[in-house]
Design a protein around this ligand. Structure first.
Ligand code: NIG
Length: 403
């Protein structure tokens, strides 16, 4: 079955050549993109969809979310808006609510959140454990996450539960908890921050997880300058997320990690993606991550929602992209790229066009997965020009129309 989507006013491919085509068309065959080009030269297909002069971009790739949770933290949010600072301790509130929720309800809640994200144009999504924080509940979160998300990250090292010895808890995260989640996860993450895990504890967790075959990510430099970025780069983590407080040497280390990467071919040594989380920055009233400086320094940047009940209760990638334009001084093209190709880079899904399951996401190119987002506007600029407007018009995920 092939589908021709034609009459696309602007096709922002976010491919390696950064092409933006006018009056374009795309052909989808099964789950893959089989052709892109000028509408006037499009081949015939089994069915045709008229995009009506709208703009198309790749589906959002949300490379950082925490969707496995129950409960509510409105009171904490209100206190923060009244001037209180965010601290990691709120994680325990969600841990208690999550543990008290049945498998059925936790699954239903997570599925609902994924559906919300898809309806806003997200077509590829990572999510994390991290609100179970014991062997049984981390394994349960990982199992449910593996049924609802494209990739799952183990975040047993999110917070040391009250009353537990930090070193003993770190041993648990590196040992029995890791073994229990391992069948369901591809990545490991650690909250390397004052009030969460020290550099040494973080290193221990990351190395144990790397030995178990997991890729690495780090929550770092969110609440102050610290060792997170340096640790992530040293251990060749795929991403370091938050990055609100960066010293000059942190930016340099991130840039150096990409020194042998060729952005024109998407090959060479992969570095550590800096994942900026603007919705979280606003909700916690932290300084916005310096995305402009990072890009100007040669760092690969992703934007993600960080959807979670404590610091960023939104899965709207459009909101993040809009904020990156309006407040972080990215161009629309750069911000959309960070929310599509950047996320794919952070999840190692930017290449692959052969085997099923290996298809690249985050860019519109022949052979890539047909993850497409049609917005009800003639150009992607409208995402920032009309902030907050519900512009998602149609969404295809792996060639299947979701909206
Ligand atoms: O990414 N930084 C750590 N984890 C989450 C917050 C989790 C919470 O407060 O519930 C974040 O912001």
């Amino acid at each position: 079955m092939s589908t021709l989507i034609t009459n696309i006013a602007e096709l922002m491919t976010q491919d390696l050549e950064h092409r933006v085509l006018r009056d374009a068309a795309v052909v989808v065959e099964g789950e893959r993109i089989s052709w892109i080009g000028a509408a006037s030269g499009a081949p015939a297909a089994d069915e045709a969809v008229d995009a009506g002069g709208r703009a198309m971009l790749p589906g959002w790739v949300d490379s950082h979310s925490h969707l496995l949770f129950a409960g509510d933290r409105t009171a904490e949010f209100e206190a923060r808006m009244a001037g209180e600072a965010y601290a990691a301790g709120g994680i325990a509130v969600t841990m208690n609510a999550t543990r008290a929720t049945s498998d059925f309800d936790l699954t239903r809640l997570a599925m609902g959140r994924v559906a919300e994200a898809v309806s806003q144009g997200t077509t590829y999504l990572e999510t994390k454990t991290g609100y179970g924080l014991d062997v049984e509940h981390e394994a349960r979160s990982a199992r449910i996450a593996s049924m609802v998300a494209d990739q799952v990250t183990y975040l047993g090292a999110h917070l040391v539960p009250a009353g537990q010895d930090p070193e003993a808890y770190t041993d648990l995260v590196c040992g029995p908890m890791l073994a229990a989640v391992r069948p369901y996860v591809q990545w490991a993450d650690v909250f390397c921050e004052e009030g969460a895990f020290t550099a040494e504890q973080s290193r221990r967790v990351l190395m144990a997880c790397r030995d178990a075959g997991l890729g690495l990510r780090v929550h770092g430099n969110q609440l102050g300058e610290g060792p997170g970025v340096q640790l992530a780069v040293e251990l060749r983590a795929a991403s370091v997320d938050h990055v609100n407080y960066l010293a000059g040497q942190d930016v340099k280390a991130l840039a150096a990690s990409w020194s042998s990467w060729d952005p024109a071919t998407g090959t060479g040594g992969r570095g550590t993606v800096a994942t900026c989380l603007p919705a979280c920055d606003l909700s916690t009233r932290q300084p916005l991550a310096p995305a402009r400086e990072l890009l100007d320094s040669g760092v690969q940047v992703a934007l993600a929602s960080n959807c979670n009940p404590g610091t960023s209760y939104t899965s709207s990638m459009a909101f993040c992209v809009t904020t990156a334009v309006l407040q972080m001084h990215l161009s629309v093209h750069e911000a959309v790229r960070a929310g599509t190709y950047g996320g794919a880079l952070a999840l190692h899904k930017d290449t692959g066009a052969d085997a099923e399951g290996e298809r690249a996401v985050g860019s519109i190119a022949v052979g890539h997965r047909a993850d497409l987002h049609l917005i009800d506007a003639p150009s992607a600029t409208h995402l920032a020009y009309r902030p907050g407007m519900p512009l998602t018009y149609a969404v295809w995920r792996a060639g299947i129309r979701k909206r």
